[in-house]
Write a protein that binds this ligand. Structure first.
Ligand SMILES: C[S@@+](CC[C@H](N)C(=O)[O-])C[C@H]1O[C@@H](n2cnc3c(N)ncnc32)[C@H](O)[C@@H]1O
Length: 327
């Protein structure tokens, strides 16, 4: 168990770093970044861009070089970039600010989750992915993004006649994607292309001697219907008694995985925090569940600031914490 002072010191340190970061990089604005966890579902793009026009998405935009090029070449279109890593998002925000591109928005999240939950069927004209992670090792192939089920999701979000373009340096990944295509409503066309996008990874492969890359164009022929996934309304709990010394939540391993990793308790504040990993619905989430004293009772809920996507698995983790408080 950690003393309360230690926890609060750590929080202060983090705040200081965050403040410096913003000061050092005042040449970018956070405005293009959409705080999607709190955004409406589906996202009202007309409101975010201030206009209604063709909408295109780039998955895994890295430093955002291509996204900015697209935005400048097609000022009448709107562009949304999806990227997992904050260091890349930060760099892209700087490139967007330098280019003064007002028709780009960014979301830091997994493309699978975002396309499932934020974009309506038939709302995108084009989707691009440049040099998606190829996961070359056989045992890692399950991490590859452009699986059969993801291609169906892409199809459903594209307008009739819409297209996805994937550029890869890695022929086995191209072959693997081509195997996924049948039954996804796409027709595929491949060609070799020279370097032409100027992105970080294109430069990397070009400098290491690669002269040609593979371009895969997926044209939507038939619509595949996948409705917008809705958030699970979370039920939190209020309980009368809580004994932190007898709190042992039980892990669950089935369609949903919930694994409890640690438990911290602050006697002074009468607050417990259980760290859990939940895997369900194509999504693995690490977050804390708080058991905090409020007046006469204790409240069990996801801790503030964890940014949880509300899924059945998150609800199951709350249920397991609740069950463990009755032991
Ligand atoms: C090899 S890098 C290519 C980056 C950039 N397109 C370029 O050409 O320089 C792959 C990028 O995809 C991002 N990425 C991987 N999986 C993703 C996912 N499921 N959703 C969104 N971005 C993802 C990674 O964070 C990484 O930035």
């Amino acid at each position: 168990m950690l003393p309360a002072q230690w926890v609060s010191k750590r929080y202060m340190h983090r705040t200081r770093i965050a403040a410096n970061t913003v000061m050092d990089h005042h040449n970018f604005s956070l405005k293009p970044l959409i705080p999607w966890l709190k955004a409406e579902r589906p996202i009202d793009w007309q409101r975010h861009f201030g206009r209604k026009t063709i909408l295109e998405v780039e998955i895994g935009f890295g430093y955002g070089e291509f996204l900015v090029q697209l935005a400048q070449t097609h000022p009448v279109r709107n562009f949304v970039g999806l990227e997992l890593r904050w260091t890349f998002v930060r760099k892209a925000l700087r490139n967007i600010a330098q280019a003064k591109a007002s028709n780009v928005r960014l979301i830091q999240a997994d493309a699978r989750v975002v396309l499932d939950r934020l974009f309506l069927p038939k709302s995108l004209h084009r989707v691009y992915a440049l040099f998606p992670d190829p996961w070359p090792k056989k045992r890692h192939a399950k991490h590859r993004l452009f699986s059969h089920s993801f291609l169906k999701l892409l199809n459903s979000r594209l307008v009739s006649g819409g297209e996805a373009r994937i550029i890869t340096d890695y022929q086995p990944y191209l072959n693997w994607i081509l195997e996924q295509v049948p039954g996804t409503g796409f027709e595929s066309y491949c060609k070799s292309i020279p370097p032409r996008f100027g992105t970080k990874y294109e430069r990397k492969w070009h400098e290491s001697g690669q002269k040609e890359f593979n371009e895969l164009q997926l044209l939507k022929q038939e619509h595949v219907e996948i409705p917008l996934k809705e958030d699970t309304p979370l039920v939190t709990y209020q309980i009368e008694h809580f004994d932190p010394d007898r709190f042992y939540p039980v892990n669950e391993r089935g369609d949903t995985v919930a694994e409890f990793k640690e438990f911290l308790y602050d006697h002074k504040r009468q607050k417990g925090m259980a760290r859990v990993i939940v895997a369900d619905e194509n999504l693995t989430q690490h977050f804390w569940i708080e058991i905090g004293r409020e007046g006469e009772c204790w409240h069990i809920r996801p801790a503030k600031g964890c940014g949880v996507v509300p899924t059945m698995g998150v609800q199951r983790a709350l249920d397991l914490v609740h069950d463990a408080t009755h032991q």
